[in-house]
Design a protein around this ligand. Structure first.
Ligand SMILES: [Fe+2]
Length: 501
């Protein structure tokens, strides 16, 4: 099914290219819109042309040959970069979203608690969740095109969604201990992430990035269609960074010597401003910032980074299922990040020429996978569930390793059972685990090797050191998010009077 969608999207895009050459802008717009509906990789051309048209550029097309045209600077070159007659071909995606690699109702550990299936006998609530999911996706487009406001969109989604969550939760009270508190916590994070997601789409289109040369165009287009690009940072820049960061590296190494090997101990994100500014200047010179701006269509630059040391046996990336007799060697820590707009870079400060040295891994085909919006939000919210709801949870343990949490999770319909950090649940006993792991690519190379990627869609992991050690920077591209804050106050609690039961 997914393959058919992709083929159809590519076909539409091919026809858009021909229509573009024939200077039929209206047809280009229609075809790109259709292609974007089928495959998100094609959203960019649609937005660009649509914007050009809204701004009153002629429908039959000199818009695209005008040197100052925004559509010309990105859309035209995007085509050129991919060959005269060949439309860009996205990586083949897995069938279905990566979060659906496996069904939790068939998971060897989760399957014993099929609570939704026990307490709900109708598919109607799932149909309603699907409708809301579709309307979130529609709002993304409308916000990008400035045809609705953020506040109106939030209200339109939150009201029916709140009613559905309340209805869903009602079936479990008082039969499942702690169910209301779980739903209240989940709801708060679902709302927060929904606001963040839609705020990103409202900001999109606030700038049109100017790309200055072919190399920048290639980086931009790789981010746009594959979700990542790799590059090599100049050795002199790596040497300067290492020299400036030497005192912090020494303090982290001292902690490692003392056996303090949690991620928090071995990473520092309070970096002197001048070092961040230095890295930002380099990224600006190299066009890396412009490539990121081109994809996000909002102002973005390096706003900070974390310096991380990864050492063997740190153990934070274990799933916690060992006590239940399951290993998780193949897929451990595969995940996507919480922010829908989360572009970041990993830059090695030490040589990482073998996978065992903690190489960053990623699965290219996951970027273009179709994602249902509401399950995608739930999958990220689930990682932020209030841990204090589970007093039996030991520090550092994963929520899923605890039966009480698994039961709560299984109160959700299969449609919503997602976890953005699903790699921890993809135990080796699942037949799909090997297939997924085989599709992983590793970022290998000398110090200076760097990957820039969309952490929200490209499944990735890194720092799982088996041998040696890895020094890396985790670099954040910051943006101005002032449009988000006023909206949090609009979000209602799920249950009147809080989460008590
Ligand atoms: Fe990540």
């Amino acid at each position: 099914m997914e393959r058919v969608r992709e083929r159809r999207a590519r076909d539409l895009y091919d026809r858009a290219r021909q229509a573009w050459e024939a200077q039929d802008t209206r047809l280009v717009l229609r075809l790109c819109k259709e292609a974007a509906k089928l495959d998100p990789s094609f959203t960019a051309p649609y937005e660009l042309i649509s914007k050009a048209q809204e701004e009153g550029q002629p429908a039959s097309s000199n818009a695209f040959s005008h040197p100052e045209s925004a559509a010309k600077t990105t859309f035209d070159r995007a085509f050129e970069a991919n060959g005269a007659n060949t439309p860009p071909t996205p990586e083949p995606s897995f069938s279905g979203a990566p979060e659906k690699f496996f069904a939790y109702s068939e998971h060897p550990i989760f399957a014993e608690d099929r609570l939704f299936e026990t307490f709900h006998d109708s598919g109607s609530i799932v149909a309603s969740f699907r409708e809301i999911s579709a309307s979130i996706e529609e709002r993304e487009q409308l916000l990008s095109l400035k045809r609705t406001s953020l506040a109106e969109s939030i209200d339109a989604i939150v009201r029916p969604l709140s009613a559905l969550f309340t209805e869903l939760a009602a079936a479990y009270v008082p039969r499942i201990e702690g169910s209301n508190a779980f739903f209240e916590s989940l709801w708060q994070h679902v709302c927060r992430i929904l606001v963040d997601d839609l705020a990103y789409f409202e900001r999109r289109g606030s700038i049109e990035a100017t790309l200055q040369n072919h190399q920048e165009l290639e980086m931009y287009w790789a981010l746009e269609t594959r979700g990542f690009f790799t590059t090599q940072v100049d050795p002199s820049v790596v040497a300067n960074l290492r020299a400036s960061l030497a005192p912090i590296m020494a303090s982290i190494e001292e902690k490692a010597r003392q056996g303090l090997d949690s991620r928090e101990h071995l990473s520092v994100n309070q970096i002197p401003r001048e070092i961040t500014a230095y890295l930002n200047r380099y990224f600006e010179q190299q066009g890396i910032n412009r490539a990121v701006r081109g994809t996000r269509r909002e102002a973005a630059s390096v706003s900070g980074f974390a310096l991380e040391l990864s050492v063997p046996n740190a153990g934070w990336w274990q799933s916690g299922y060992a006590t239940l007799g399951h290993s998780n060697e193949l897929c451990s820590y595969f995940h996507t990040d919480e922010g829908r707009d989360f572009y970041k870079a990993i830059l090695y400060l030490s040589d990482v020429e073998r996978a065992e040295f903690g190489a960053t891994g990623y699965i290219p085909s996951t970027f273009a996978a179709r994602r249902e919006r509401l399950p995608w939000i739930v999958g990220r919210a689930i990682c932020s569930i209030d841990r204090s709801l589970y007093p039996d949870l030991n520090e550092g343990d994963r929520l899923s390793s605890l039966r009480a949490f698994r039961q709560h999770f299984m109160m959700l319909p299969e449609y919503l059972r997602e976890n953005s950090h699903w790699g921890f649940d993809a135990i080796d006993a699942l037949p799909i685990a090997k297939t997924i792991a085989e599709r992983e690519e590793k970022l290998l190379g000398k110090a200076g090797r760097c990957i820039v990627f969309d952490g929200s869609r490209l499944v990735h992991r890194g720092g799982l050191v088996k041998q040696g050690q890895r020094w890396a920077l985790q670099i954040i591209f910051g943006v101005n998010k002032q449009n988000v804050a006023p909206l949090y106050s609009r979000l209602p609690a799920l249950f009147k009077g809080g989460a008590s039961e």
